[in-house]
Design a protein around this ligand. Sequence first.
Ligand SMILES: Cc1ncc(COP(=O)(O)O)c(C=O)c1O
Length: 418
Amino acid sequence: MNVSKFGKKIAVQSGIGQLMDDLGAARGQEHDVLMLGGGNPAHIPEVDRCLRQSMAAMLADGSRFERAIGSYDPPEGNAEFTEAVASLLRDRFGWDIGPQNIALTNGSQLAFFILFNLLAGEYEDGTKRRILFPLVPEYIGYCDVGLTCDLFATQRPKIESIDEHTFKYHIDFDRLDIAEDIGAICVSRPTNPSGNVLTNSELERLSGLARARGVPLIIDNAYGTPFPNIVFTDAEPLWNENTIVCMSLSKLGLPGVRTGIVIARREIIELVARVNAVMSLAPGGVGPALLMDLVRSGRIIDLCREVIQPFYQRKMQQVVKHIHACFKGIDYRVHKPEGAFFMWLWFPNLPITSQQLYERLKQRHVLVVPGHYFFPGLTEPWPHTNECIRVNYAQDHKVVSAGIKTIAEEVKRAYAAC
Ligand SMILES: Cc1ncc(COP(=O)(O)O)c(C=O)c1O
């Protein structure tokens, strides 16, 4: 079918499209497919129970359920919820914000579509601006959201070798070029796919550079603190008038309700709300209604600190052990897992590409995500992009360990064949 340039740009097969197709196809076949791709969070019994109770309380109330589903919220989202989120962040971190600094979106993915296309692309004076990712690998979901081509800029990271099998990416500040055409800087923290957490000083330095250049710093806090708080290092959150923090309810166990939260200065929030009105009239009301009491009471923080964070930290330690046992005898590296729920595996000089490895694993019913999708904006050739894969370890340990065993077998076979 002949579609517009917009259609070609957005609706042709994209990295995120492949990922979501694989996820969809694997749904219902969990017995046959080891699903280590995608970004689904775990089903943590205590969290599921808590969400079920919230829903039961909403249904038991005389009018809350009807209000949540029966009326449109304003385009910036449910006012009681944005007030509750603002109070929580004010009380917890001392951020100088109110509800006027918050807009909800139907998933934070949509927030990135809105923000990137507001802050970069073609301007009325004929100039073009781009979004700078100071550190790659970076979230696959950013790659295809641009309405115009060449929306992204990036550079190679520095690689710190921590021990024989562990490494960590750092922003290469010596080479960081915030060119004239940069409209905003964006980082995910914790980073999807690597599980990296930018250090407090890296973030402060980035914030200073962004402010000096007069461009906003977007911090994607989908896995960050205070919720869902899947962070295993000491990472202070950051907000100031020049920062846009994007949060999400997905990774604490609610990807189905599609609720993203944008925290920014008022003029940016007003723009996001206007785009919301055009694209979807209003953000959905179910996610906010479901979490209202947990946010208002602050119990969300305890749930994340006492249940969600330790759950993933335990899983992470278990998986790392298993990786070291399975990959013994070959050259493999694991990115230091500091947050989120992904293992980022690097096989130096892998004789096949990460895409070929992905295909071979798919044949054996193991789904991962090939690494080359995670380098939006990188134009210089770099073999490293084809030597990595991302493994989601949120699923049941039996599934994750069986998948890792198969990955190790395939990688060993690839090395042995050359
Ligand atoms: C880093 C990061 N940002 C944003 C998103 C989008 O999440 P959602 O649209 O479910 O809020 C994801 C989802 O996997 C993610 O990993």
